[in-house]
Design a protein around this ligand. Sequence first.
Ligand code: FMN
Length: 249
Amino acid sequence: MTNSQLYQAIFHRRSIRKYDMNPLSDDTISKLQDYVALLKPLDNNIQYEIDYLRTDDVKNLLPIKAPHYICLYSQKEDNYLMNAGFLLQQIDLYLSVNNLGSCWVGMAKPSKGVPLVKNGLDFVIMLAFGNTSERVHRADRSEFKRNSLTEISSITGAEELLEAVRLAPSASNSQPWFFSGDVDEITVSRKKLSILRAPLYGKMNQIDIGIALCHLWLSFDQQGKGVSYNFREVVAPNGYEFMVKVIVG
Ligand SMILES: Cc1cc2nc3c(=O)[nH]c(=O)nc-3n(C[C@H](O)[C@H](O)[C@H](O)COP(=O)(O)O)c2cc1C
Protein backbone atom coordinates (compact mmCIF):
# COMPACT_ATOMS: atom_id res chain seq x y z
CA MET A 1 0.00 0.00 0.00
CA THR A 2 1.53 3.33 -1.01
CA ASN A 3 0.82 6.75 0.47
CA SER A 4 -0.35 7.77 -2.99
CA GLN A 5 -3.04 5.04 -2.96
CA LEU A 6 -4.19 6.26 0.47
CA TYR A 7 -4.26 9.84 -0.83
CA GLN A 8 -6.40 8.87 -3.83
CA ALA A 9 -8.82 7.05 -1.52
CA ILE A 10 -9.55 10.34 0.29
CA PHE A 11 -11.57 11.53 -2.73
CA HIS A 12 -13.77 8.41 -2.90
CA ARG A 13 -14.15 6.97 0.61
CA ARG A 14 -17.43 6.97 2.48
CA SER A 15 -18.78 5.55 5.73
CA ILE A 16 -20.49 2.18 5.43
CA ARG A 17 -23.15 1.30 8.01
CA LYS A 18 -24.62 -1.93 6.57
CA TYR A 19 -22.42 -5.00 6.41
CA ASP A 20 -22.41 -8.50 5.06
CA MET A 21 -22.02 -10.33 8.39
CA ASN A 22 -19.83 -13.11 6.94
CA PRO A 23 -16.32 -12.77 8.34
CA LEU A 24 -13.49 -11.70 6.06
CA SER A 25 -10.95 -14.34 5.00
CA ASP A 26 -7.92 -15.07 7.20
CA ASP A 27 -5.76 -13.83 4.33
CA THR A 28 -7.55 -10.44 4.24
CA ILE A 29 -7.22 -10.03 8.03
CA SER A 30 -3.58 -11.10 7.94
CA LYS A 31 -2.75 -8.52 5.24
CA LEU A 32 -4.58 -5.86 7.25
CA GLN A 33 -2.55 -6.79 10.33
CA ASP A 34 0.68 -6.49 8.31
CA TYR A 35 -0.41 -3.00 7.25
CA VAL A 36 -1.43 -2.01 10.78
CA ALA A 37 2.03 -2.96 12.06
CA LEU A 38 3.46 -0.20 9.84
CA LEU A 39 1.10 2.65 10.80
CA LYS A 40 2.69 6.06 11.19
CA PRO A 41 1.86 7.76 14.51
CA LEU A 42 1.39 11.51 14.89
CA ASP A 43 3.35 11.43 18.14
CA ASN A 44 5.96 8.68 18.57
CA ASN A 45 5.94 9.04 22.35
CA ILE A 46 2.40 7.74 22.84
CA GLN A 47 2.15 4.00 23.34
CA TYR A 48 -0.81 2.29 21.73
CA GLU A 49 -2.15 -1.14 20.79
CA ILE A 50 -4.65 -2.26 18.19
CA ASP A 51 -7.04 -5.12 18.85
CA TYR A 52 -9.42 -6.95 16.52
CA LEU A 53 -12.93 -7.55 17.83
CA ARG A 54 -15.90 -9.51 16.47
CA THR A 55 -19.57 -8.56 16.59
CA ASP A 56 -20.28 -10.06 20.02
CA ASP A 57 -17.30 -8.28 21.57
CA VAL A 58 -18.88 -4.89 20.96
CA LYS A 59 -21.59 -3.01 22.78
CA ASN A 60 -22.87 -0.64 20.16
CA LEU A 61 -25.13 2.22 21.07
CA LEU A 62 -25.90 3.01 17.45
CA PRO A 63 -26.87 0.32 14.98
CA ILE A 64 -23.62 -0.29 13.17
CA LYS A 65 -23.45 -4.05 13.29
CA ALA A 66 -20.34 -5.29 11.52
CA PRO A 67 -18.46 -8.60 11.36
CA HIS A 68 -15.22 -6.92 12.49
CA TYR A 69 -14.06 -3.98 14.56
CA ILE A 70 -10.62 -2.47 15.02
CA CYS A 71 -10.18 -1.20 18.50
CA LEU A 72 -7.56 1.32 19.63
CA TYR A 73 -6.06 1.31 23.14
CA SER A 74 -3.72 4.14 24.09
CA GLN A 75 -1.72 5.80 26.79
CA LYS A 76 -3.61 8.93 27.85
CA GLU A 77 -0.74 11.36 27.20
CA ASP A 78 -1.17 14.86 25.72
CA ASN A 79 -2.46 14.63 22.14
CA TYR A 80 -3.49 10.97 22.44
CA LEU A 81 -6.90 11.66 20.86
CA MET A 82 -5.34 13.38 17.83
CA ASN A 83 -2.90 10.47 17.62
CA ALA A 84 -5.85 8.03 17.67
CA GLY A 85 -7.53 9.85 14.77
CA PHE A 86 -4.28 10.00 12.81
CA LEU A 87 -3.65 6.26 13.24
CA LEU A 88 -7.11 4.82 12.58
CA GLN A 89 -7.74 7.10 9.59
CA GLN A 90 -4.84 5.37 7.83
CA ILE A 91 -6.76 2.11 8.35
CA ASP A 92 -10.03 3.65 7.14
CA LEU A 93 -8.28 4.65 3.89
CA TYR A 94 -6.50 1.27 3.58
CA LEU A 95 -9.87 -0.50 3.83
CA SER A 96 -11.35 1.78 1.17
CA VAL A 97 -8.44 1.05 -1.20
CA ASN A 98 -9.15 -2.65 -0.64
CA ASN A 99 -12.86 -2.24 -1.52
CA LEU A 100 -13.95 -2.96 2.05
CA GLY A 101 -16.53 -0.98 3.98
CA SER A 102 -15.63 0.85 7.19
CA CYS A 103 -17.10 3.36 9.61
CA TRP A 104 -15.80 5.13 12.70
CA VAL A 105 -18.03 4.28 15.64
CA GLY A 106 -17.66 6.81 18.41
CA MET A 107 -20.53 5.41 20.42
CA ALA A 108 -19.41 1.76 20.50
CA LYS A 109 -17.66 0.24 23.50
CA PRO A 110 -16.18 -3.20 24.12
CA SER A 111 -18.86 -5.44 25.63
CA LYS A 112 -18.65 -7.01 29.08
CA GLY A 113 -15.77 -9.45 29.19
CA VAL A 114 -13.63 -7.43 26.76
CA PRO A 115 -11.24 -5.25 28.75
CA LEU A 116 -11.45 -1.45 28.73
CA VAL A 117 -7.82 -1.34 29.82
CA LYS A 118 -5.20 -3.54 28.13
CA ASN A 119 -1.57 -3.67 29.22
CA GLY A 120 -2.08 -0.35 31.00
CA LEU A 121 -3.55 1.28 27.87
CA ASP A 122 -7.12 2.64 27.79
CA PHE A 123 -9.77 1.90 25.20
CA VAL A 124 -10.22 4.99 23.00
CA ILE A 125 -12.34 4.31 19.92
CA MET A 126 -13.11 1.77 17.24
CA LEU A 127 -13.71 1.36 13.53
CA ALA A 128 -16.28 -1.09 12.12
CA PHE A 129 -15.32 -2.92 8.94
CA GLY A 130 -16.23 -5.74 6.58
CA ASN A 131 -17.73 -6.57 3.22
CA THR A 132 -20.83 -4.75 2.11
CA SER A 133 -23.31 -4.95 -0.72
CA GLU A 134 -23.47 -1.13 -0.70
CA ARG A 135 -21.33 1.01 -2.96
CA VAL A 136 -17.99 1.34 -1.11
CA HIS A 137 -16.79 4.43 -3.00
CA ARG A 138 -18.16 7.83 -3.90
CA ALA A 139 -18.06 8.58 -7.61
CA ASP A 140 -16.62 12.07 -7.16
CA ARG A 141 -16.28 15.07 -4.82
CA SER A 142 -19.79 16.33 -5.47
CA GLU A 143 -21.08 13.46 -3.29
CA PHE A 144 -19.33 14.80 -0.16
CA LYS A 145 -21.33 17.05 2.16
CA ARG A 146 -18.63 19.36 3.43
CA ASN A 147 -17.96 23.02 4.28
CA SER A 148 -16.28 25.08 1.56
CA LEU A 149 -12.56 25.79 1.69
CA THR A 150 -13.16 29.45 2.54
CA GLU A 151 -15.15 28.39 5.62
CA ILE A 152 -12.31 26.27 6.98
CA SER A 153 -9.18 28.14 5.95
CA SER A 154 -7.68 31.63 5.72
CA ILE A 155 -4.55 30.45 3.88
CA THR A 156 -4.06 31.61 0.31
CA GLY A 157 -2.53 29.34 -2.33
CA ALA A 158 -3.28 26.10 -0.46
CA GLU A 159 -6.43 25.09 -2.35
CA GLU A 160 -5.15 21.77 -3.72
CA LEU A 161 -3.31 20.91 -0.51
CA LEU A 162 -6.34 21.51 1.71
CA GLU A 163 -8.93 19.95 -0.58
CA ALA A 164 -7.94 16.50 0.73
CA VAL A 165 -8.33 17.79 4.29
CA ARG A 166 -11.69 19.43 3.63
CA LEU A 167 -13.10 16.01 2.68
CA ALA A 168 -12.03 14.31 5.93
CA PRO A 169 -14.69 12.47 7.93
CA SER A 170 -15.63 13.72 11.41
CA ALA A 171 -18.04 12.73 14.18
CA SER A 172 -21.57 13.80 13.13
CA ASN A 173 -19.84 15.45 10.14
CA SER A 174 -19.07 18.37 12.49
CA GLN A 175 -15.85 19.38 10.60
CA PRO A 176 -14.46 21.24 13.63
CA TRP A 177 -11.17 22.29 11.94
CA PHE A 178 -9.72 25.62 10.85
CA PHE A 179 -6.43 26.23 9.05
CA SER A 180 -4.53 29.53 9.32
CA GLY A 181 -0.97 30.82 8.89
CA ASP A 182 0.67 30.04 5.57
CA VAL A 183 1.41 26.98 3.42
CA ASP A 184 4.78 26.35 5.08
CA GLU A 185 3.52 26.70 8.65
CA ILE A 186 -0.11 25.80 9.09
CA THR A 187 -1.84 26.43 12.40
CA VAL A 188 -4.56 23.84 12.93
CA SER A 189 -7.33 24.86 15.34
CA ARG A 190 -10.56 23.34 16.56
CA LYS A 191 -13.94 25.00 16.99
CA LYS A 192 -14.66 25.92 20.61
CA LEU A 193 -17.64 24.01 21.93
CA SER A 194 -20.58 25.27 23.95
CA ILE A 195 -20.91 23.86 27.48
CA LEU A 196 -23.83 21.75 26.23
CA ARG A 197 -21.90 20.13 23.38
CA ALA A 198 -18.57 19.73 25.17
CA PRO A 199 -19.39 16.49 27.04
CA LEU A 200 -20.35 14.65 23.85
CA TYR A 201 -18.02 16.21 21.30
CA GLY A 202 -15.04 17.36 23.39
CA LYS A 203 -13.16 14.11 22.80
CA MET A 204 -14.54 13.28 19.35
CA ASN A 205 -13.48 16.70 18.04
CA GLN A 206 -9.88 16.00 18.94
CA ILE A 207 -10.02 12.64 17.15
CA ASP A 208 -11.49 14.53 14.16
CA ILE A 209 -8.48 16.87 14.13
CA GLY A 210 -6.19 13.81 14.08
CA ILE A 211 -8.11 12.52 11.04
CA ALA A 212 -7.68 15.88 9.29
CA LEU A 213 -3.96 15.80 10.13
CA CYS A 214 -3.68 12.36 8.53
CA HIS A 215 -5.22 13.73 5.33
CA LEU A 216 -2.96 16.80 5.52
CA TRP A 217 0.16 14.61 5.90
CA LEU A 218 -0.88 12.53 2.87
CA SER A 219 -1.60 15.68 0.88
CA PHE A 220 1.84 17.13 1.65
CA ASP A 221 3.41 13.73 0.93
CA GLN A 222 1.70 13.72 -2.45
CA GLN A 223 3.49 17.02 -3.18
CA GLY A 224 6.80 15.43 -2.16
CA LYS A 225 6.96 17.38 1.11
CA GLY A 226 7.58 16.06 4.62
CA VAL A 227 6.15 17.72 7.74
CA SER A 228 6.82 18.00 11.45
CA TYR A 229 4.45 18.90 14.27
CA ASN A 230 4.83 21.57 16.94
CA PHE A 231 2.36 21.37 19.83
CA ARG A 232 3.57 24.58 21.53
CA GLU A 233 0.49 26.78 21.78
CA VAL A 234 0.14 29.90 19.63
CA VAL A 235 -2.87 32.21 19.29
CA ALA A 236 -5.78 30.62 17.42
CA PRO A 237 -8.42 32.53 15.41
CA ASN A 238 -11.47 33.81 17.34
CA GLY A 239 -13.83 31.04 18.35
CA TYR A 240 -11.17 28.37 17.88
CA GLU A 241 -8.72 26.54 20.09
CA PHE A 242 -5.10 25.86 19.04
CA MET A 243 -4.29 22.21 18.36
CA VAL A 244 -0.99 21.95 16.48
CA LYS A 245 1.28 23.73 14.04
CA VAL A 246 2.23 21.71 10.93
CA ILE A 247 5.63 22.76 9.62
CA VAL A 248 6.93 21.84 6.18
CA GLY A 249 10.38 20.27 6.02
C1 FMN B 1 -14.66 10.15 15.47
C2 FMN B 1 -15.86 9.71 14.66
C3 FMN B 1 -16.90 9.05 15.27
C4 FMN B 1 -18.00 8.62 14.52
N1 FMN B 1 -19.00 7.92 15.13
C5 FMN B 1 -20.04 7.47 14.41
C6 FMN B 1 -21.07 6.69 15.04
O1 FMN B 1 -21.02 6.41 16.24
N2 FMN B 1 -22.11 6.27 14.26
C7 FMN B 1 -22.19 6.56 12.91
O2 FMN B 1 -23.15 6.15 12.26
N3 FMN B 1 -21.21 7.29 12.29
C8 FMN B 1 -20.14 7.73 13.00
N4 FMN B 1 -19.15 8.44 12.39
C9 FMN B 1 -19.18 8.68 10.93
C10 FMN B 1 -19.53 10.12 10.57
O3 FMN B 1 -20.90 10.36 10.80
C11 FMN B 1 -19.15 10.35 9.09
O4 FMN B 1 -17.77 10.19 8.95
C12 FMN B 1 -19.54 11.74 8.61
O5 FMN B 1 -20.94 11.91 8.63
C13 FMN B 1 -19.04 12.00 7.17
O6 FMN B 1 -19.52 11.04 6.27
P1 FMN B 1 -18.54 10.12 5.42
O7 FMN B 1 -17.63 9.37 6.38
O8 FMN B 1 -19.43 9.16 4.68
O9 FMN B 1 -17.72 10.98 4.51
C14 FMN B 1 -18.06 8.89 13.12
C15 FMN B 1 -17.00 9.57 12.52
C16 FMN B 1 -15.91 9.96 13.27
C17 FMN B 1 -14.77 10.64 12.58
